[in-house]
Design a protein around this ligand. Structure first.
Ligand code: DX5
Ligand code: ZN
Length: 214
């Protein structure tokens, strides 16, 4: 079953209560929240105060994607409101410890790789992950084009997860639309992040239905 995690990056933060309610009604599975620090990625988005407000307003699980330098410094803070807490392999030093800490704090753990990172780099960490996120664009901005190199990475990670018999979701993020979603799912992804394709679209409901039918 495919899970949908709309990224609210492009939403109007003073005016997206209703859209969150609509997303709940039409059955999205979680909300994807992109935290950017202007250092690990060349953009700044939002931090925990907004996540706290969203948490108070929805029962949907919050899928927090940290794009911040040395994420271990902030795990305790973000674990207060996140349900799934993910950070970048490239941004930290002791990634195994950070993954363990996330689980100890009661969240699902997720490690994320940028387009420059090969999937083999995280194989040893897989038993510590409840989800793996493959970036299919350079992290930092919504509305970019899906990079085909992500497809092969998804295939490799799906095979490794299945061979090891792990219960680990495989998420893809960046440039997901009706066509690229098919490609990613065929490669083994089971969680789709979609920003510009869903959020703010008058076809939100139809598109979610379509993605879930794939
Ligand atoms: C990019 C973010 C994505 C982004 C996706 O760094 O991690 O979650 O919001 O946006 P689209 O779906 O428009 O590529
Ligand atoms: Zn993201």
């Amino acid at each position: 079953m495919i899970k949908i995690s709309p990224s609210v990056l492009s939403a109007d933060f003073l005016d997206f209560k209703e859209e969150i309610e609509t997303m709940e009604k039409i059955g999205v599975d979680m909300l994807h929240l992109d935290v950017m620090d202007g250092i690990f990625v060349p953009n700044i988005s939002f931090g925990n105060p907004l996540i706290k407000s969203i948490k108070a307003h929805t029962k949907l699980p919050l899928d927090v994607h940290l794009m911040i330098d040395r994420p271990h410094r902030y795990i305790e803070d973000f674990a207060k409101y996140a349900d799934i807490l993910g950070f970048h392999f490239e941004a930290g030093s002791n990634n195994a410890e950070t993954l363990k800490r996330i689980r100890e704090l009661g969240c699902k753990s997720c490690i994320t790789i940028k387009p420059c990172t090969e999937p083999e780099a995280i194989y040893d960490l897989l038993p510590l992950c409840d989800m793996v996120l493959v970036m299919s664009v350079e992290p930092g901005f919504g509305g970019q084009k899906y990079l085909n190199s992500a497809t092969e990475k998804l295939k490799k990670l799906r095979a490794e997860i299945d061979n090891r018999g792990l219960d680990c979701d495989l998420e893809v993020d960046g440039g997901i639309n009706g066509d690229t979603a098919k490609e990613a799912i065929n490669a083994g992804a089971n969680v789709l992040v979609a920003g510009s394709y869903l959020v703010g679209s008058p076809e939100l409901e139809k598109r979610v239905e379509y993605l879930k039918s794939l």
